[in-house]
Design a protein around this ligand. Structure first.
Ligand SMILES: Cc1cc2nc3c(=O)[nH]c(=O)nc-3n(C[C@H](O)[C@H](O)[C@H](O)COP(=O)(O)O)c2cc1C
Length: 240
């Protein structure tokens, strides 16, 4: 694949075949991702790769948390506190910091993208049950056989986030070039405790984002091509 083809073929994949991805391929993808530039070559990240039973267990624990968080809606404040404590629902520290509030054109684009996705899935906007069934798939990695979590050192401040984003994109493009698919998922950084239960992430590293990795299935959801803005919206005009 040329770069153009790889770049065009990379789309967020939300349904995977259950074909395993070999460790060799995952390692190759990560090695290629490490060619990414980073601020003064600091490479301020650590990566968790989960597959097999570990991935299933993490997925089950995340799903439990998500379901418990949904149940909060109908509870009074005391019940909320009890459930939040029991299921350890306090979001990951960095999630609270980096998750922006959607507003204006960003909220418009977000809604447009979501509507497009539900349309392709045949789900009506008001069908909360079906929408929730789709949402919950985030926590079993859309059926992917592997998931990757990227942690960065927050002492490096914004540069760590820039570096992590570039690194993640390299992972996604490398995977695409090998016929694999990925879905970057903010949903996978709401709670990090299930990952910490299975991996010794070095102290000081904060979870920035997770992504699912596997071979894309033929499901219709994977044909979704959300619209990107054009250059006229992107480019800032020169002062006259
Ligand atoms: C930081 C980040 C977080 C995302 N979180 C989710 C998520 O939790 N669930 C999901 O299905 N897609 C998620 N996405 C995928 C975006 O919805 C997707 O990138 C966007 O709609 C554009 O589609 P494309 O990736 O196919 O070009 C995320 C993407 C990024 C970059």
């Amino acid at each position: 694949m040329t770069f153009e083809e790889t770049n065009k073929n990379r789309r967020s994949i939300r349904d995977f075949k259950n074909t395993q991805v070999s460790n060799d391929i995952i390692n190759q993808i990560l090695k290629e991702a490490l060619e990414a530039p980073s601020s003064s070559n600091t490479q301020p990240f650590k990566v968790v790769v989960a597959t097999g039973d570990t991935l299933t267990n993490i997925g089950n624990e995340l799903t439990k948390k998500y379901k418990a968080s949904l149940s909060l809606r109908k509870k009074n404040i005391f019940e909320k506190l009890i459930i939040a404590r029991k299921f350890k629902l306090k979001p990951n520290k960095i999630y609270q910091t980096i998750q922006g509030k959607y507003f204006g054109i960003y909220q418009d684009r977000r809604i447009k993208t979501a509507i497009g996705l539900y349309k392709i899935l045949g789900i009506k906007k008001e069908d909360h049950k079906k929408r929730n069934e789709e949402m919950i798939k985030n926590f079993n990695f859309f059926g992917a056989p592997a998931a990757i979590w990227i942690f960065a050192n927050p002492k490096m401040k914004y540069t760590a986030l820039v570096d992590t984003g570039i690194f993640m994109q390299n992972i996604m493009l490398s995977a695409t070039s090998k016929g694999l698919g990925t879905c970057p998922q903010g949903a996978l950084n709401i709670w990090r405790e299930p990952v910490d239960n299975y991996f010794d992430v070095p102290k000081g590293y904060e979870l920035v984002c997770g992504l699912s990795l596997g071979y894309p299935s033929d499901a219709v959801v994977n044909s979704y091509r959300p619209e990107k803005i054009g250059l006229e919206e992107l480019l800032v005009s020169e002062r006259k």
